[in-house]
Write a new protein. Structure first.
Length: 327
């Protein structure tokens, strides 16, 4: 494989840090750009001293020029806790940040992959979700800053492709989990694991019958890299695990796997929370010969181990957090 100079925006975040590692392992030069809003140095600690890795603290809402061959544009807060904290800023990051990534891509003729999301489908009327489904998003709800922001990012990307021949790839990423999820950002898997390990009540929103499809981060990263390098057009592509699981089942699995005595408590469902989510990945199978390989049980084991290590303080780097100590 040819050695490339690759920019990863949001590279110090959960998915971005795994992507940076994989690209370094493949022999590429990686510039990880991040403003550390939800990411942190701990995630890239092992890479910081690597000769082919460079960390650049920068906000994608500011323009930038870098000579690179490929750009993975992941910079954006991904969980409701963070993206709803400053909704205007979230929209700005989705729109202005993506415009900057597109302008850079156009300027230096770099192929650009823009991380979109299954949230563009909203509370879907079609199940499982195919790429041709246009979605059912509430444009004025509390999640709109993210959902509509990402929809606009998609519209920008295909417009740049049509108007300026910029080479774009638009993966619609479904729920992803694994080591380095932020324990404080309220995502289902990390929330349940942290609560279970502390023997605190596991909080389940709604009656637990709503479903999600969880993809282990290694599988997702493999899909992103294959998609970036595929010979295809600008049409979006679903990347996720089609195994659908109820939230209640996940809570029970995690409680059993951690040997926890946590009770499960029920709270009201947040506004616009989708009731079902499951990707149709036929296009990814055909185009990329890709499908998830890591079983939910296996992926949860590895994620639980990570959070156990963090609890013991062994996973911390200077300036990083050890979440047990924080309570
Ligand atoms: N994790 C998932 O399940 C999931 C699902 C669908 C889509 N995605 C998308 O994948 C991408 C990565 O998600 P993640 O789960 O790794 O989230 P994350 O919050 O861990 O990572 C996002 C990274 O972007 C950085 N960032 C945020 N705003 C920035 C800005 N203005 N300038 C520079 N850096 C900025 C953060 O500091 C962080 O390191 C996001 O674009 C997200 O929308 C994730």
């Amino acid at each position: 494989m040819k050695t490339l100079r690759i920019l990863v925006t949001g590279g110090a975040g959960f998915i971005g840090s795994h992507l940076c590692e994989r690209l370094i392992d493949q022999g590429h030069w990686v510039i990880c750009l991040d403003n550390l809003f939800t990411g942190n140095r701990r995630n890239i600690a092992r890479l910081l001293s690597h000769a082919r890795f460079e960390f650049l603290r920068h906000d994608v809402n500011e323009a930038l020029i870098l000579e690179v061959d490929q750009i993975y544009h992941l910079a954006c807060p991904a969980s409701p806790v963070h993206y709803q904290r400053n909704p205007v800023r979230t929209i700005r990051t989705c729109v202005q940040g993506t415009l900057h990534a597109l302008d850079l891509s156009r300027e230096v003729a770099a192929r650009l992959l823009i991380a979109s999301t299954s949230e563009v489908y909203g509370d879907p009327a079609v199940h499982p979700q195919t790429e041709s489904y246009w979605g059912a998003v509430n444009p004025i709800g509390t999640r709109a800053c993210y959902d509509e922001g990402k929809r606009c990012a998609e519209a920008l990307a295909v417009s740049y492709a049509r108007q300026y021949d910029v080479e774009v790839r638009i993966p619609r990423i479904f729920n992803t989990y694994g080591p380095r999820m932020d324990e404080m950002d309220g995502r289902v898997v990390s929330n349940f694991i942290v609560q279970a390990l502390r023997n605190e009540a596991i909080t389940l929103y709604g009656d637990g019958s709503q479903t999600r499809s969880f993809c282990f981060v290694d599988d997702l990263v493999e899909g992103l890299i294959r998609f970036m390098n595929a010979d295809c057009g600008a049409e979006p592509l679903n990347l996720g695990n089609p195994r659908e699981t109820t939230i209640a089942h996940i809570a029970t699995m995690i409680r059993e796997m951690t040997g926890s005595s946590s009770p499960i408590v029920y709270k009201p469902l947040p506004e616009d929370d989708p009731t079902r989510r499951c990707p149709d990945i036929r296009r990814a199978r055909e185009l990329l010969d890709w499908s998830p390989k890591v079983a939910l049980e296996q992926g949860l084991e590895r994620t639980i181990s990570y959070f156990r290590e963090m609890a013991g303080g062994r996973g911390a780097e200077p300036g990083g957090r050890t979440w047990m100590a924080a309570t």
